[in-house]
Write a new protein. Sequence first.
Length: 429
Amino acid sequence: MTVLISGAGIAGLTLGLSLHQVGVPFRIIEAIAELRPLGFGINLQPHAVRELYDLGLKDKLDTIGVHTERTSYFNNRGQEVWSEPRGISAGYRFPQISIHRGALQMALHETLVERCGPKAILAGAKVSEWYESPRGLEVVLTDRQYGFEIDRLRGSVLVASDGARSRTRETLFPDAGKPNWRKSMMWRGVARAPRFLGGRTMTISGTKGMKFVAYPIGDRGKTQSFVHWIAELPVTPDRDYDTQDWSRRGEIDDVLPSFEDWKFDWLDIPALIGGTEAVWEWPMVDRDPLPSWTEGRVALLGDSAHPMYPIGSNGASQGILDARVMARSLRDHGETTLALQDYDAERREPVNAIILANRGQGPDAVLDAVADRAPDGFEDIDVVMPEAERRVFSERYKQATGLTVEEINAQPSIIGAADGERFQGKIGD
Ligand SMILES: Cc1cc2nc3c(=O)[nH]c(=O)nc-3n(C[C@H](O)[C@H](O)[C@H](O)COP(=O)(O)OP(=O)(O)OC[C@H]3O[C@@H](n4cnc5c(N)ncnc54)[C@H](O)[C@@H]3O)c2cc1C
């Protein structure tokens, strides 16, 4: 039989590669007819990087991404509130990588097609419904635009990595509640800018509701970076969140006026925004943690299981870890409901804890705490809040989300490194 995977995003493609590594037949069904490198920056935490390295992707990732060395927090005047090393610089055995989401997706896709052939992915077909029987399931594929039935596929289980607006999640858990909207919007873009803070620093400035995140996702020559930025701003009550479409365009003028004064000595934010060709918007939404990620022969994986506020740089990494645990489970328990339950038992609680930690602002909470005490800036941050007190915000988040250096370094990799012999898996019929 075959594991059917809906969605060729970061999590679905990682699952496909991982199932190939462990020799479990699979087929990915993707709604979009032709994958294009969409999206902007995402971050991969060291434990997720290790899993992708184990899949033989080290050279590709190191070429297209940036090894992030620091994360630094600033108030709305550009004064440093907190700064800490990341990845290898922080003592992890693997780097943190900031990378263009579309470039990562293309690299995963290209690798999958090289190893498994183009038939591994059926593109331009949407998983709409499924019928279970004691021996397996049948999924109904429809055209994304017009909704007519294209085909039906039989499989052993369905793993739905169909993203933050997952139809599968809605079907399995119709009473799970609506998205929680923080009444703010995030505008995103990529622009060239002179290198700042050594060219390997992720920056987060402002406070809850009016925040600017900027980090390099690639180099341009010796003096410039491609910088991914996100501007978070409150929106008027007549706007709503029901615009969750990653390709929804915004306007530069939606954001530029609010950040006009944010010309810091390390980064000119209005110039960065002004130099951006296209801006996209996405509402600040998450979903309540689910009581289960699996029902019968169907399981949720990646954003479909756990859409979270993009705070703490965790979303994509958790999807990658999900995929690796799911592949190991399917290898160990066969293509059975037990495998899905085993995956659920290992992953759900820790990831649900991250959703909740992000609601509390994650490590960014230090910015609000400092702004409460010094709304007009400061001469000496240590007078406003001593270092030990500032450190607690970051440490607390790492502990709640399993990201401490000791914990990550002590974890064995989930499946282990791929070697020539292991790349013997088959794709499903
Ligand atoms: C176009 C796009 C742009 C993004 N840009 C950013 C960004 O700039 N920054 C950021 O932090 N995150 C971005 N994300 C989200 C980010 O990729 C995820 O948070 C994270 O990587 C987890 O990935 P995922 O595989 O679970 O979901 P996704 O990467 O969202 O992938 C889901 C996939 O499922 C497909 N799909 C949906 N419904 C069906 C269906 N019924 N049948 C078959 N296929 C289906 C989608 O077309 C998509 O390819 C973007 C996602 C998308 C789809």
